[in-house]
Design a protein around this ligand. Structure first.
Ligand code: GP9
Ligand code: MN
Length: 698
């Protein structure tokens, strides 16, 4: 035994021995992290093997860099590289916990837009065991500091170092080969980052992502007008012509979009201890003047809220990675809802959000979309204790938004983006008026409490709309932007659904979010059409009577009889009324039964759906990545001039004042220039002495 230990020690006293020791520790650590910190969906022996094996090549190559250096420097360099790689792993663990995905260069590039807030939620989600990713680095450093081993000062030939690098690359070759056999087109299909990490490891994934990001900027410079032809053909072929029963029914009405943050469909009619979580939304959902969709899915990728916005404003998908609003929002040309409605129908357009304007690059992207106004946090009075998580509490936000809403010349298109019902569902005691769930998962349990708060906030807004008379000439559109409970919380989801466990079918159906259109005189009811966020704009265009197959939009009017009812998820999975594909498994949509072996006909049908989904997403990506709308002349539409928009507080307030003089149709003007805010009542405890609220004037 002693002799063996001696041998190990002697081995560690050589540089090569120390290197191997570091590599093995790092590989074990990475494997541990893959197994416990991520949800990579490893299935079968080959994948299990690769998950362990893929930790080696990159570690050998990266730590091996130190071998090219001499003496002590070489040892310390190895430790520094270890710390850097570990930090990258650490960052990914945190990011993954929030977004179920890995960090991409596009996310980093856009971090100026998101960093304001990410820190806040990350602090709340760190777990003590996350720090174990530094364990091996610390161990190695202690060994060096306390001279447990001798530093091998001998010259390590470059030839040997190069051999080790080559071994690293060769092992990577083996890794890639095995991965490709198990999963063909791994690198060409870029739908899922989880696959890349599962098969190739985090480091290889990162490098791949870097190459792709560089490639993307090249793509833009190479794109040309002729790339539009396949897109136009596709759009024409898939155009679903409007439904005469609804066509133009909302003409001239204000459009009020209420963005329900992280709000899932299961909350509708859901009860906790016999108490309805969302009584106001339930009422709206069942109203005979509301078109409510019960097979409507979110389709966001990493861009979450931003992707939802991108789809709703443009009927273009977000990207497979990062947020299109961040990477392309500033630079691309768009033909978005605000600009269309303004140019075609004379709408005043505004977005409202109680967060900083830079988040998701809204302050730039909204200009490209043609939003006349963007009322972000700085436009609102500061209320003591008035914020939680990402921004203003919904009750305060919605109430204070009316101050601007009533000043918008009508008809207006206004989007109110709530935020309190956002992970990790923080809310102070005085605002909690329903019990938490009892799934035992601390991040899931308070979800219903913030959802309940959001519902009350919407209830208060609806009361105001009724009282002020605004409701009569407005269409309300409500939608949940994406899931609130991610797939990582399977046990809790099972409890919520009253099941023992959940499979991929349950998870797919768990991606449903509400979509409601409410308007006096609208023939409502629960509509079972399968659709998603990409379809909202074409549906709205139908209601406004401006539907056209000339727009480059990828959605289909949900009211159209020709709707195809194929709902692509951003990662290439999909739902149709007949089949569902989620995480590689197939199901019958109606019964939820898994399709284990397919008949030849089924194979054909499913391949056809897959092809449609891949083409749809692929062409939308072409438009986005290639900035193709810059080449597209939409008749009767003038290219948005971003420079003519400003969201600077002083300038915008001045502009709003002038606009009301020019077009005397705002609610306030019509009310004899008196505010209608007295029609708004809220029980927000923070606003008990609301007379002291001061809006910025200049
Ligand atoms: C922040 C908010 C959150 O402004 O919109 O975005 P999300 O994290 O849901 O994408
Ligand atoms: Mn969101």
């Amino acid at each position: 035994m002693n002799a063996a230990l001696q041998k190990v020690r002697r081995g560690l006293n050589t540089k090569l021995g120390f290197f191997i020791f570091s590599v093995v520790l790092f590989a074990i650590k990475s494997y541990w992290a893959y197994k416990t910190k991520f949800n990579l969906g490893v299935k079968g022996g080959v994948q299990e093997f690769l998950l362990a094996f893929n930790t080696l090549p990159a570690t050998i190559v990266f730590l091996g860099i130190a071998l090219y250096f001499r003496g002590r420097l070489s040892y310390w360099l190895m430790s520094i590289i270890n710390i850097l790689l570990s930090t990258w792993l650490f960052a990914n663990i945190l990011y993954y916990r929030e977004f179920s995905d890995f960090i991409t260069f596009n996310v980093i590039k856009g971090s100026g837009a998101t960093s304001n807030n990410l820190g806040k939620s990350f602090l709340g989600i760190i777990q003590p065991t996350d720090f174990l990713v530094y364990l091996d680095a610390i161990l190695v450093i202690l060994i060096l500091l306390f001279h447990v081993i001798r530093v091998d000062m001998r010259y390590f030939k470059v030839r040997y170092a190069a051999t080790i690098t080559v071994i690293g690359f060769a092992l990577f070759g083996v890794n890639l080969g095995m991965a490709e056999t198990n999963r063909s087109q791994l690198l060409t299909r870029t739908f899922d980052n989880n696959y890349l990490v599962k098969y190739l490891g985090l480091e290889a994934y990162t490098i791949y992502d870097g190459v792709k990001t560089t490639h993307n900027s090249v793509v833009k410079s190479q794109a040309s007008a002729k790339d539009l032809s396949p897109v136009q053909r596709w759009i024409k072929k898939n155009y679903a012509s409007p439904n005469i029963q609804y066509y133009g029914k909302a003409k001239g009405k204000n459009i009020i979009i209420i963005h329900l943050e992280s709000f899932q469909q299961f909350l509708i009619d859901y009860k906790v201890n016999g108490q309805e979580v969302t009584p106001n939304l339930n009422k709206l959902y069942h109203s005979s003047n509301t078109l409510s969709f019960d097979n409507f899915f979110h389709q966001v990728g990493q861009g979450k809220t931003a992707d939802a916005e991108m789809m709703l404003e443009n009927s273009l998908f977000g990207l497979a990675e990062g947020s299109a609003m961040v990477t392309n929002g500033t630079t691309n040309t768009f033909q978005s809802a605000p600009a269309l409605l303004h140019q075609k129908l004379g709408y005043t357009t505004a977005s409202f959000h109680g967060d900083v304007p830079s988040f998701w690059n809204r302050d730039n992207a909204y200009k490209s979309f043609g939003y006349d106004y963007f009322f972000s946090k700085e436009y609102y009075p500061t209320t003591k204790d008035g914020e939680v998580g990402y921004g203003m509490k919904d009750k305060i936000f919605l109430k204070d938004s009316v101050h601007y809403l009533e000043q918008l010349p009508q008809p207006f298109y206004a989007k109110l983006i709530t935020v309190t019902n956002h992970y990790p569902y923080l809310l102070d005691k005085k605002n909690k008026t329903i019990s938490a769930l009892k799934t035992g998962d601390d991040t899931v349990d308070p979800y219903v409490q913030t959802a309940h708060y959001l519902d009350q906030s919407v209830g208060e807004l609806l009361n105001y709309l009724d009282k002020s008379g605004l409701r009569k000439n407005s269409v309300l559109i409500l939608y949940g932007d994406h899931y609130g409970i991610s797939d990582n919380h399977k046990a809790a989801i099972a409890k919520i659904l009253g099941k023992k466990s959940v499979n991929n079918y349950d998870l797919a159906m768990f991606q449903k979010v509400p979509f409601m259109i409410n308007m006096q005189g609208l023939k409502g009811g629960i509509n079972h059409t399968y659709g998603g966020e990409i379809d909202v704009l074409p549906t709205l265009e139908d209601l406004l009577g401006i539907s056209s197959n000339k727009y480059i939009q990828f959605g289909q009017d949900l009211l159209s009889k020709q709707n195809k009812q194929i709902v692509p998820f951003r990662n290439g999975d999909w739902v149709t009324p007949k089949y569902t594909k989620y995480n590689g498994d197939y199901y019958y949509t109606k019964s939820g039964k898994q399709i284990k072996s397919m008949t030849a006909t089924q194979k054909k049908q499913i391949a056809k759906i897959q092809k449609w989904v891949t083409t749809d997403l692929g062409l939308s990506d072409k438009v986005m990545n290639g900035d193709l709308l810059r080449f597209y002349k939409l008749s009767g539409f003038k290219k948005v001039n971003k420079k003519s928009y400003t969201y600077n507080l002083q300038k915008a307030l001045k502009k709003l004042k002038q606009a009301q003089k020019k077009k005397k149709t705002s609610v306030k003007t019509k009310n004899g220039n008196k505010t209608t805010m007295n029609d708004y009542s809220t029980d927000a405890p923070e606003l008990k002495n609301s007379s002291s609220q001061k809006f910025p004037t200049k």
